[in-house]
Design a protein around this ligand. Structure first.
Ligand SMILES: [Zn+2]
Length: 129
């Protein structure tokens, strides 16, 4: 039964992508379906963050550096938060330009920078809800 597994695509709305990303994997399905569901969730959250960003880095506000066949190029960064709903939660992902993404991982102030990003994404999500 695949009826409850909505495939995430770019044409889906922000709300639809959010619903797929945060949907609970049913217990009463087989392992193959569970794997598929987790994959859909993870695809949905990436598409969600990119759609939410509208081609602008959510870290620094710069335009994405170039266009790809599937839209503006941005990288998805997973924030580690204590009060979270899992890695696929909308408040745990942020779409970044390559520079901000590298900064989040490798800079001397990466801890503080990630905290800033967490605050930013909370504000962004508040404005959507
Ligand atoms: Zn940036």
């Amino acid at each position: 039964m695949w009826v409850y597994l909505a495939k995430p695509t770019r044409s889906k709305s922000l709300t639809q992508l959010r619903d797929i990303a945060t949907s609970v994997t049913p217990n009463n399905i087989d392992t193959k379906e569970k794997v598929a569901h987790v994959r859909y969730r993870s695809e949905a959250i990436k598409l969600y963050a990119k759609k939410r960003a509208c081609g602008v880095c959510e870290g620094c506000g710069a335009n994405s550096p170039f266009e790809t066949k599937s839209g503006p190029y941005l990288e998805i960064h997973h924030l580690t938060r204590l009060a979270d709903g899992g890695a696929d939660h909308p408040e745990n992902v942020i779409a970044l330009c390559p520079t901000c993404h590298r900064r989040a991982h490798y800079s001397i102030d990466s801890k503080e920078f990630n905290e800033q990003l967490s605050m930013l994404v909370l504000k962004i999500e508040e404005n959507i809800a």
